[in-house]
Design a protein around this ligand. Sequence first.
Ligand SMILES: CC(C)(COP(=O)(O)OP(=O)(O)OC[C@H]1O[C@@H](n2cnc3c(N)ncnc32)[C@H](O)[C@@H]1OP(=O)(O)O)[C@@H](O)C(=O)NCCC(=O)NCCS
Length: 162
Amino acid sequence: MSFTIEATTEKLILAECAEMMSKTEPWITLQRDLAGCMEAMLGNYKEVYVARRNRELLGFIVLQMQGAFKGYIQSVCVSPDAQGAGVGTSLIQFAEKRIFLVSPNVFMLVSAFNTKAADLYFRLGYEKIGTLKNYAADGFDEFLLRKTIGSLKNFLKNQLYR
Ligand SMILES: CC(C)(COP(=O)(O)OP(=O)(O)OC[C@H]1O[C@@H](n2cnc3c(N)ncnc32)[C@H](O)[C@@H]1OP(=O)(O)O)[C@@H](O)C(=O)NCCC(=O)NCCS
């Protein structure tokens, strides 16, 4: 399937992403309503990238580029009709290229019950580095995942010589 990936800050497109998210697992089970999903699109140091075929929204990814886990994939979502066709993989690989310019680590959370998504992340090189018990709600654990290209020290040294 051919599609483009580009950054957006347009409120209408962000609202379309929030709507897609609110109607998709795992957020249905986690009871994240439309307002909560819209909130997830906004905020300092966030970057939103959308995958589109012509004008049709296929999926999106939200990055948090500052904070303790700088280079954090906060949300990735592909429309149910477009799942399984490589869009999610492309969005994640696009995000990794962006994050590895400024940090040697990509972090993300995956719900313990979201085993299909976790399988994809493990295949893409993510490692489980911890469990956040009862995180989103009581009874719902999240796994913290990390993909790395090296230590902070080496990364900073290489940045100096670029
Ligand atoms: C997880 C998700 C982003 C993956 O994107 P995708 O475009 O469907 O995935 P790709 O086509 O690049 O890769 C396919 C692989 O993704 C995984 N996958 C996870 N959920 C899937 C789904 N609902 N449908 C198809 N594949 C899925 C499988 O490992 C699959 O590999 P397989 O075909 O060998 O089983 C997407 O399915 C999605 O948005 N799911 C619902 C929301 C979600 O779970 N987001 C992640 C929150 S951490």
